[in-house]
Design a protein around this ligand. Structure first.
Ligand code: SF4
Ligand code: SF4
Length: 116
């Protein structure tokens, strides 16, 4: 049985720790706000479960319509392409964030030089 994550919204404290570990960016939300899982984007990898400090992420059986064990070959290929796209998009996002952080650091360093 393939599983899918869901967040018990009433218990979520919005710490955003689950966002960092999700390989498909299936969790949406911002710091201090409750988070939700996009059902179509979750692969049930369970990485988000142990990082949640309040244990508010549950794993439930995936609906038959998207369960890779129950769908047609064509649908499986379609989902594989979808998750490939999500993984690529996440990789690009992380790279962009890294470059932005690097740029911010360089700007700060330049400002410090000007002050000295
Ligand atoms: S189970 Fe995996 S894919 Fe699904 S929300 Fe958690 S980390 Fe993301
Ligand atoms: S790790 Fe848990 S408490 Fe923190 S944002 Fe995610 S679901 Fe909410």
């Amino acid at each position: 049985m393939t599983l899918q994550a869901i967040i018990r919204e009433a218990d979520c404290i919005g710490c955003a720790k689950c966002l960092d570990v999700c390989p498909t960016d299936a969790i949406i939300g911002a710091p201090k706000f409750l988070h939700q899982v996009l059902a179509d984007d979750c692969i049930g990898c369970e990485r988000c479960v142990p990082v949640c400090p309040v244990d508010c992420i549950d794993l439930i059986p995936m609906p038959d319509a998207v369960d890779p064990e129950k769908i047609t070959h064509e649908k499986r290929l379609e989902r594989k392409a979808h998750f490939g796209f999500l993984a690529k998009r996440r990789k690009e996002r992380l790279l962009k964030q890294k470059q932005q952080a690097k740029q911010r650091f360089a700007n700060m360093r330049d400002q410090m030089k000007d002050l000295l």
